[in-house]
Design a protein around this ligand. Structure first.
Ligand SMILES: [Zn+2]
Length: 230
């Protein structure tokens, strides 16, 4: 077997990383190569469900404000359309219509996730991640970093994205996230962004307005106290 690492040669190209680079075109060490593949950027960290939870809850709160049922109905429709389009693209690919392998894989994954999830959960998850980026842009090192998290969290809603194996040493079953290839991940993120862009736009605008009103109320409070002068 060829030696993957170029021991006598260069180290990883990520600044500050002294691990030996793999002997391939990436010029990255194994850890950074994996992070790049999995997260879309060598410095992107995985967004945890715990970090995302309050943002998802805020989106649920916005959805709950609609008492007519129109918003929920529209989100159910978006979800169903996304599933239909994904299944159609898979059927087209199977019938020999030309298209990229990545698009087909992404379509398959989207169809599976839609099948296994609730429309409102999906919508809240997607918009929640956009809200997180709006308020904590530092969580994402690049657009790819963001999109890979989106694809990853979208898939992680179901256990379809996970495989399990028996860990002999630990004496128990372990679960691992099964990565899609970077190109399939990017394609999946496109599916999701395209489907939810309009909803996300509304949610982010609504949330900003709420935050502005809150800030204005606090400013008014400060001004009132400043004017009273004991
Ligand atoms: Zn490295």
């Amino acid at each position: 077997m060829a030696d993957l690492f170029n021991h006598g040669g260069r180290s990883c190209s990520v600044p500050g990383c002294t691990a030996p680079a793999r002997n391939d075109h990436s010029h990255l060490c194994e850890a950074h190569r994996q992070r790049q593949r999995r997260h879309g950027h060598v410095r992107q960290r995985g967004i945890t469900k715990a970090l995302l939870r309050p943002y998802v809850a805020r989106v649920r709160g916005i959805i709950d404000k609609d008492t007519t049922g129109q918003l929920a109905a529209a989100l159910h429709q978006l979800h169903a359309l996304l599933g239909d389009r994904a299944r159609q693209s898979v059927a087209d690919a199977l019938s020999g219509r030309p298209g990229s392998k990545w698009e087909r894989i992404a379509g398959q994954e989207v169809a599976k996730v839609v099948e296994a999830t609730n429309a409102l959960d999906c919508a809240a998850l997607v918009a929640g991640l956009f809200l997180l980026r709006d308020e904590e842009p530092g969580q994402f090192v690049s657009e790819d970093g963001f999109r890979f998290q989106l694809a990853r969290l979208f898939r992680a809603q179901t256990d379809l994205a996970f495989g399990s194996y028996w860990d002999q040493e630990a004496g128990k079953t372990k679960t691992v996230y099964r990565d899609l290839s970077p190109r399939a991940t990017a394609a999946l993120a496109r599916w999701v962004v395209d489907a939810y862009a309009r909803f996300v736009g509304h949610v982010v605008a609504w949330d900003r307005q709420e935050r502005t009103r809150q800030a204005e109320a606090l400013e008014a409070l400060d001004a009132a106290f400043a004017a009273m002068k004991p």
